[in-house]
Structures are given as C-alpha cells and as structure tokens.
Design a protein around this ligand. Structure first.
Ligand code: DQA
Length: 143
C-alpha cells in the first residue's frame, strides 16, 4: 500500500538545525529510515519535503484524490496554517501528525497545533522514531 510522508519547512536542513532538539540524522538519512520502516511494514513510502505551503496543500489534495494515508510533519506550519489544516481535512485515508521534538516541552507558540484536531493521532518527541511509530500505528489501523 502507498503512503505519503510530507515534511514541512526547514526539515531538509536537519544537518544544521540544533541536534540536541532534532537529533543527529540529516534529511537524507531520515528519508531512508522512513522508507525502510515503511517497507518493513508493507508500505511504499513517497517521502517529500517542501518549504512552501501551497506545494504541501497540492500534495494533500493529491493524497486525498488517490485515497492514500498520510504522515505529516508540518514543522512550523503546525502552529498556524489553517490552509494546511483545511486541505488535510479533505483526506480520504488516515492522517498521522508527527514531530521529531516534543513541541509541548518547548516555546509557548509551539504548544498550539492547528493540525492535531483533524489527525487520527499525533506522535511527538521521539526523534526519527516518531515516524517509525506512526508507520506502526498506521499498519495497526489499516490491518
Ligand atoms: C517540528 C516542531 C516545530 O515546532 C518546528 O517548527 C519544526 C519541527 C518537529 O519535528 O519537532 O520545524 O515539527
């Protein structure tokens, strides 16, 4: 089964972001980890990253039309993009929100997610393993 994994702004620059918050993997390594975990669970993961809100909205429309489940790390868009929320609400298969860090343990502006309310669940704070846990959860949901 196909799975779309969408990563938001600045996640392609993990190599230069604070490793005490985001871990030691660069984006290429994170992408390989996700692809491998997905394959182990019987999914073919299409892992994408964009800094652009409109591009992410287009990908969500594509996943909705194709009835593909989505794992999304909306990055900073998590906290304020009603446009991404509205697009995610149109999905026709499960949506799981993930974060590398635990936004609730960080600055106050990160305590709000406008995405969580329309996701089946949120997994945050486990570094790259957040994505692996999300893949396991999807597998359990979809049988
Ligand atoms: C993040 C948390 C967000 O608050 C932040 O803006 C990010 C990454 C995470 O994966 O921990 O860019 O989504």
């Amino acid at each position: 089964m196909k799975l779309m994994v969408i990563n938001g702004p600045n996640l392609a620059r993990l190599d230069i972001r604070d490793s005490s918050i985001y871990g030691d993997l660069n984006y290429g390594e994170l992408k390989s980890l996700i692809e491998g975990a997905a394959s182990n669970s019987g999914f073919v993961a299409d892992v994408r990253q964009s800094n652009d809100e409109a591009t992410i909205i287009g990908w969500l429309h594509e996943a909705a039309d194709a009835k593909i489940p989505v794992i999304i790390n909306p990055a900073a868009f998590t906290h304020y993009s009603y446009a991404i929320r509205d697009a995610a609400e149109l999905l026709t298969a499960p949506l799981i929100e993930v974060h590398l860090s635990n936004p609730m343990a960080r600055e106050e502006f990160r305590h709000t997610s406008v995405i969580s309310g329309i996701a089946h669940g949120t997994i945050a704070g486990f570094g790259p393993n957040s994505y692996v846990l999300a893949i396991n959860a999807l597998k359990a949901m979809l049988g």
